[in-house]
Design a protein around this ligand. Structure first.
Ligand SMILES: [Zn+2]
Length: 167
């Protein structure tokens, strides 16, 4: 309806257009529990569908699942934080957990090895989608660890196709 500006929906009015992929920006606070990866997967599926990005569901949901599971495993507080954002043709997933970065270098290295080992499947999914990932100290107040993954839409689509032809 050109010329009309609607900020709120009144019953009986036309429905607004579905949100564009670029409008995908969500931040969730999740309990650091073993059921959280399942909830994060379901939320991601719904969010992608709502923004017309269902074609990247396979790679995106696996990415979210692995990061959420790792965050919950390492978290030393009751909650973890997840951020989903779609920008420049890629989905950006960030998971924050409260696990502090160790000041002792040997302990820090051992902890990183342990975290990288628990992210082995994530590394495979992201690599197969032509994306990138990593983790490091969270710059947010309260510290902790920030894990991130960038999943390009083109790569995620190819990942889904490869996955299906594999049978
Ligand atoms: Zn540690």
């Amino acid at each position: 309806m050109p010329g009309t500006v609607a900020t709120c929906l009144v019953p009986g009015e036309a429905r607004p257009a579905p949100p564009a992929p670029e409008a995908l920006a969500y931040c969730l606070t999740l309990p650091a529990s073993c059921t959280t990866p399942r909830i994060a997967r379901a939320a991601t599926r719904t969010i992608l569908w709502a923004h017309g990005l269902s074609d990247i569901t396979d790679a995106a949901v696996q990415t979210v699942s692995e990061l959420a599971a790792c965050a919950c495993r390492f978290a030393s507080a009751a909650e973890v934080y997840m951020s989903l954002r779609y920008r420049d043709g890629s989905l950006r997933v960030i998971l924050y957990d409260s696990h502090p970065r160790h000041t002792n270098p040997r302990l820090a290295a051992a902890c990183d090895v342990r975290r990288r080992a628990s992210l082995r499947l994530l590394a495979c999914v992201v690599r197969a989608s032509d994306g990138d990932w990593g983790f490091g100290e969270a710059r947010e107040p309260g510290g902790g660890t920030r894990m991130w993954a960038v999943v390009p839409r083109v790569g995620a689509r190819a990942f889904a196709q490869a996955d299906h032809t594999r049978g």
